[in-house]
Design a protein around this ligand. Structure first.
Ligand code: ADP
Length: 440
């Protein structure tokens, strides 16, 4: 029941009493009869009043419940406001602080009672204060306020970067009262951005350095290769044509020139390959070929090396279909490298090659030797460029420490893999897996 209804009921009782009063004056009925009618009317009026009173009590109770709810809601809002992890301030249109939550007082490092009533510009670094005030004046004219970044200067400690999110506060008539400020400390974000920027810059510098290095290596290697080929060509010709005419001493000298020339040329080729692979510039020549034939041919070509050391060199295979599609020359380069190493680092026993089908789409070539092996701790390094286990072995055996690094990078490009198992003193097994089709 609302108040209007209650007032109507009171009015009804009042009208009834008035009507009765009039009736008493005009009536010709007996006094007893009048009294009975009066009592009846009074009873009805009292009943109505009673109902109205009960409804009023019920309404009051509802009102009290609603008020309680509103108070609880308000309290909850205050708690949320106060305990929010970000700083909240409410200012008037001049930027004077009217409310502040706990996080904001912590950020500015001023107790709430001292913060209220102070201009927010007090906590902006001096050199940025003027710009802040200008911004504040502009805010009044802005329809929509976007995010904005400022620096805050707490009472103690260092300035920090703060992202601001503003909401406008209006009164019931729609007049601008001020703003609600959400202050978020973005020092960590700024630092991360700064770090990212410097890493990106370093990356660019590194990429540029790598590019220059690769270009330098490539140019120098090309420049070295041409005269080297001439030296090698002519000294080999000298040996072939005038072998019988040369005195033994001269023969040994020319042979040395040829051997060193070959080594130097191999080194130049390796460095060139390595730098091309590192710069992602090597392009594969895709073609169909018989892998078993390639393995057998390559092994035969290196037979003389194994024979020199009295080593067995054998190939075993039972593949039905040995045809694959990949880069044939690069596959040969991988095999030569593995076989060359296996022979180089084996003194007794032999080198055994097996070609197998691992699954429908892949073929595997296993090169196993009974050589000196590689210590377990060193296995993880052997595919790194310029890594050699033992400098003295290398001095006797030659090599650059680039072979396996090139093999690893080549196989990656050829969609293949290489793995190694080895035991010091017992031998090593290198296993390469090639896809049947480079593009599959
Ligand atoms: P290198 O030109 O020195 O042969 P590689 O990259 O081919 O360079 O090999 C790196 C090193 O890995 C070699 O110097 C050697 O110490 C070790 N290594 C490679 N293959 C074998 C093998 N079959 N047996 C023992 N050690 C090996």
């Amino acid at each position: 029941m609302d108040l209007e209804k209650f007032a109507q009921q009171i009015e009804q009782v009042h009208q009834r009493t008035k009507a009765f009063d009039q009736c008493v004056g005009e009536s010709s009925l007996s006094q007893k009869h009048l009294l009975v009618q009066a009592l009846e009317d009074l009873h009805t009026a009292l009943e109505e009043l009673h109902v109205a009173e009960e409804e009023l009590i019920a309404q009051n109770e509802n009102l009290a419940i609603a008020q309680n709810l509103i108070e609880k809601e308000h309290q909850r809002y205050l708690e949320l406001f106060d305990c929010a992890p970000d700083g909240y301030l409410v200012t008037d249109t001049d930027g004077k602080i009217i409310e502040a939550n706990r996080a904001a007082t912590n950020q500015i490092k001023v107790p709430k009672k001292f913060l209220i009533g102070k201009p927010l510009s007090n906590y902006i670094p001096e050199e940025e204060r003027r710009a802040f005030r200008t911004q504040l004046l502009q805010l009044r004219r802005m329809e929509q306020i976007q995010e904005w970044e400022i620096r805050l200067q707490p009472r103690h400690g260092n300035e920090f970067d703060c992202s601001i999110n503003l909401t406008t506060v209006y009164d019931d008539q729609g007049n601008l009262l001020g703003w609600r400020w959400l202050l978020r400390d973005i020092t960590a974000r700024k630092q991360a951005e700064e770090q990212l920027r410097s890493i990106q810059l370093q990356n660019l510098q590194l990429q540029e350095a790598t590019r220059i290095k690769s270009q330098f290596i490539s140019v120098v290697s090309h420049e070295l290769r041409t005269p080297m080929n001439t030296i090698l060509g002519f000294s080999q010709l000298l040996l072939r044509r005038y072998y019988h005419l040369l005195p033994p001493e001269l023969k040994t000298m020319v042979e040395r020139i040829v051997n060193s020339g070959k080594q130097l040329l191999a080194l130049i080729e390796d460095i060139l390959d390595f730098s091309t692979l590192e710069a992602d510039k090597l392009e594969l020549q895709r073609q169909e070929f018989n892998l078993v034939e390639l393995v057998t041919d390559t092994t035969e070509q290196l037979h003389f090396l194994a024979k020199q050391k009295n080593l067995t060199l054998a190939v075993h295979t039972n593949i039905q279909n040995p045809i694959i599609v990949n880069d044939k020359d690069r596959s040969r380069q991988v095999l030569v490298n593995l076989l060359d190493n296996a022979i180089k680092f084996t003194n007794v026993g032999g080198v055994f090659v097996e070609v197998r089908q691992t699954d429908q789409d892949k073929l595997e070539v296993m090169v196993r030797d009974t050589g000196i092996g590689i210590p377990e701790a060193e296995l993880k390094h052997i595919f790194q460029g310029f890594w050699q286990l033992n400098q003295s072995t290398t001095r006797t055996h030659g090599g650059t420490g680039l072979g396996l690094a090139i093999v690893d990078k080549l196989l990656h490009l050829m969609n293949g893999t290489i793995t190694v198992e080895s035991k010091e003193g017992e031998g090593s097994t290198f296993c390469i897996i090639l896809p049947r089709n480079l593009n599959s």
